[in-house]
Each structure stands twice: as structure tokens, then as C-alpha cells.
Ligand binder design. Structure first.
Ligand code: AMP
Ligand code: GLY
Length: 425
């Protein structure tokens, strides 16, 4: 098969790594890709959101399967355009991608499906939103309704913080039109888990769960990022919890989406809070998480390609996926300054030596090849992945590899996996 992966991050490197290992994959392309992906796939200089150019390329090369990484491509209608062109695409239509693109749509669907989620209300008017805040009190969560690059959520400890969020989101429009309306919801407490299911429109099968680390610095301090590290499996997410999430959240959501005439195909990523009252849905994403994808791919024993084809063809009911029991970890190395402003173009050395540490796999996130050299080309630049008999062993291998990487312009967290390794505090 001729397969095209779309995107350029660590997630897409991990997808290319899994896809290229499949005996079904004859030729692999990645648009636009990065320096690490270049070792597995032919890079194509097309941006992930440039749907017309991607379709023209897929037609020209007679691509059999398109695998979109980022939500932007899906929200832009890549799956719809593939369907029109008669090309299989492992991802949802733009209409189904609204599960991620609109917080209020996700809440409507979750309510109709009876999926446990935080109580909420939606407002288009700032004064009405403020009045509701005063009735509910703090802590409370304020979310821009639309896509805000993961930055539109304020977990407010006080009423003043919540009111400031209304002013920023609705009045100052710091996230643009995404803030034309807000969702205000109950603040949930517990441990957060990212759960992934493959869906074919009617059927869903579990892929696995991971935990990521959103904050930039050790001890979960500092600004929010796209994710500084991840590990899988999360010890708190038992098989019984997985079965409950499939039965109460994933399958009812799939049924509700089908009932609305917008069946969901692809990977459904449920952000969950494990509360004392059971697992509750925080959000849906319509794609793999980054860096969660990397640890899931490291643990995946089954061939991903036939599973993605079954998701495209509506035959997932005859499928199951197997993971290795060994835990996996991924530590992100980011450019100094990330998630704020950072420089591009510094050289990274020592990658071959680091990659030779037993159990280690290095995924590139924001790099670009320049001859033999690898240059930093983004905020999150590398993901150092490792597996081991225990999470502690995997973590030791990942940090051993990092010690061999010569890149003074970058940093990483030193405590990835702490929730699962340190005694609960
Ligand atoms: P979201 O983009 O909706 O997942 O929100 C980003 C982050 O905000 C989540 O990963 C949670 O850490 C936090 N969050 C979102 N909704 C809630 C909630 N209802 N209660 C507590 N924390 C929340
Ligand atoms: N790591 C969280 C995300 O990809 O949204």
C-alpha cells in the first residue's frame, strides 16, 4: 500500500514508525514531516492544512490510505475531501471533528449520549456569564467555545479569576472568534488520563491509555504546554475503568454521532478525570494526543495499518488490538523559552549515541535536516522514548539517552512519570 501521513510532530514520527513497520506498507510519504521522519518516509513539502494540495498529491501518487495527525487538517475537511476523491482516510469528517472543534457541541453530544461529564452552561453574553459565575461560585472552569490551540481553558480557583477569564475570552477576544461564546463548567477533581479508542462510525475498540504532563517545569509548575512527556499505562486506569469508559462514554457517543448523521471514524481521544464518583469526560479530541501517541505506538504489538483500514471500512467489530505489557515513557526536549518565544536553527548532536541506549527510541518533533546535521525547528523538538520491564527502568533508559544528547539550547523535565513512580502525595 501507498500511505500518506500528514503532520510534522513527534506524534507523526511515531505514526510513521508504526506504519512503516507494517508488512502492508510499501511506500510511505509524510507531509511535511521532519528530520526524523525523513529516515522512514519520503517528505512532501505540503502544509498539513493545505487540503487541495494534499488531495492533488494523493491522486498523483495513487495513495491508498491517508493518516492525518493534527486536528487542523481534519477541521479543514481533509477526510471529506478524501472521501470525495475516493481515497481512504483514517480520520473524521469536518462535521464529526466538531467534537473537538466546539466545546458546546461536545457537551451537547455527551448529554444526549448520557456520558458522565461536568455540569455546564453556555453563554454568548458576558453579563449573563458573569451572573452565572456568581451563582455557581469558585472553583469553576471557563472555556472558550471554539478551537484555541489548547489555550482557551481557565481553571479558576477564585471568582475574580473566573471573571477575568470572561473579560479576556469574550471581551478582549484573546483567542479571536473562538471566544464568541464560552462554556462554564463544574470543576472536577481527580487524576487525569488520556484514553484512546479506534472508531469506524459504528464500532469502537480500545487502544489504550496514557498520562501526559502539561506544565513546562518540574513539579507540574510553569505555563501550560502541548505536553512535556507521557507514559503508559497509567496505573490508576484499571481494566475495569477502561470497560466502564467504553460502555458509558465511547460507545454511547459513537451511537449519538451516528444518529445525528455524522458518524465518527478515526481515533477518539477522551480526556478523562478519574473522580471519586467514577470517570468523567473532560474533553474529546478527534486525533491522537502528542506525546501520548508516542508511548502508545511503543507499546503496540498489533499491526496498526489493518486496524486503520478496518476503521475506514466499518469492520472494526472483527478486530482487537494488543499492547505489550511493558510500560513506555516519553520525555520531551524543548527549545529554551518554550512555550514562550524560542530560537530555531541550533544544532543537535549525539542523537545516534543516545538512540543506541537499549530500549530507547527517539522521535523527532520539531527538527529539520540540513545535510548530515539535525537542526531544531520548533518548540517541542525531540521526544526521547523508552520501554522497560518497569516504568522506573524505562525512565532510567530515557534519561540515560538524554544525558548523551549535546544540545545546550534545549531543556526537558526531569520528573516525567512522577505520578506513577512516586508515592501518591
Ligand atoms: P480541555 O482542553 O477542555 O481538556 O481543558 C484543558 C485542561 O483543563 C484539562 O486537561 C484539565 O486539566 C483542565 N480542565 C478542563 N475541564 C475541567 C473541569 N471541568 N474540571 C477541572 N479541570 C478541568
Ligand atoms: N497531549 C495532549 C494533546 O495532544 O492534546
Amino acid at each position: 500500500m501507498r500511505i500518506l501521513v500528514v503532520g510534522s510532530g513527534g506524534r507523526e514520527h511515531a505514526l510513521c514508525w508504526a506504519v512503516s513497520a507494517s508488512p502492508l506498507c510499501e511506500t510511505l510519504y509524510c507531509a511535511p514531516g521532519n528530520a526524523g521522519i525523513a529516515e522512514l518516509a519520503e517528505l512532501v513539502a505540503i502544509a498539513a492544512e493545505d487540503v487541495p494540495a494534499l488531495i492533488a498529491f494523493a491522486r498523483e501518487k495513487a495513495i491508498d490510505l491517508v493518516v492525518p495527525g493534527p486536528e487542523a487538517a481534519l477541521v479543514a475537511g481533509l477526510a471529506d475531501a478524501c472521501a470525495e476523491a475516493g481515497i481512504r482516510c483514517f480520520g473524521p469528517s469536518a462535521a464529526a471533528a466538531r467534537l473537538e472543534g466546539s466545546k458546546s457541541f461536545m457537551k451537547e453530544v455527551a448529554s444526549a449520549a448520557g456520558a458522565p461529564t461536568a455540569a455546564y452552561a453556555r453563554f454568548e453574553d458576558a453579563a449573563a456569564a458573569r451572573a452565572y459565575l456568581r451563582v455557581r461560585g469558585a472553583p469553576i472552569v471557563v472555556k472558550a467555545d471554539g478551537l484555541a490551540a489548547g489555550k482557551g481553558v481557565v481553571v479558576a480557583a477564585t471568582l475574580a479569576e473566573a471573571e477575568a477569564a470572561i473579560a479576556e475570552i469574550m471581551e478582549a477576544r484573546v483567542h479571536g472568534v473562538a471566544g464568541a461564546s464560552v462554556v462554564i463548567e463544574e470543576c472536577l477533581e481527580g487524576e487525569e488520563v488520556s484514553f484512546f479508542a479506534l472508531c469506524d462510525g459504528k464500532n469502537a475498540i480500545p487502544l489504550g491509555a496514557a498520562q501526559d504532563h502539561k506544565r513546562a517545569f518540574d513539579g507540574d509548575a510553569g505555563p501550560n504546554t502541548g505536553g512535556m512527556g507521557a507514559y503508559s499505562p497509567p496505573p490508576a486506569f484499571t481494566p475495569a475503568l477502561e470497560a466502564e469508559v467504553m460502555a458509558r462514554i465511547i460507545r454511547p457517543t459513537l451511537a449519538e454521532m451516528a444518529r445525528r448523521g455524522t458518524p465518527f471514524r478515526g481515533v477518539l481521544f477522551a480526556g478523562l478525570m478519574l473522580t471519586t464518583d467514577g470517570p468523567k469526560l473532560l474533553e474529546f479530541n478527534v486525533r491522537f494526543g502528542d506525546p501520548e501517541c508516542q508511548v502508545l505506538m511503543l507499546r503496540l504489538m498489533s499491526d496498526l495499518v489493518p486496524a486503520m483500514l478496518a476503521a475506514c471500512d466499518g469492520t472494526l467489530d472483527r478486530f482487537s488490538l494488543r499492547l505489550y505489557p511493558d510500560p513506555a515513557i516519553l520525555v520531551v526536549m524543548a527549545a529554551n523559552g518554550y512555550p514562550g518565544s524560542y530560537a530555531k536553527g541550533s544544532e543537535i548532536r549525539g542523537l545516534a549515541e543516545a538512540g543506541a541506549v537499549p530500549g530507547v527510541t527517539i522521535f523527532h518533533a520539531g527538527t529539520k535536516p540540513e545535510g548530515e546535521r539535525v537542526l531544531a525547528n520548533g518548540g517541542r523538538v525531540l521526544g526521547i522514548g523508552a520501554t522497560g520491564k518497569t516504568l522506573a527502568e524505562a525512565r532510567a533508559a530515557a534519561y540515560d539517552a538524554i544525558a548523551r544528547i549535546d544540545w545546550p539550547e534545549g531543556f526537558c523535565r526531569k520528573d516525567i512519570g512522577w505520578r506513577a513512580l512516586a508515592p501518591k502525595g
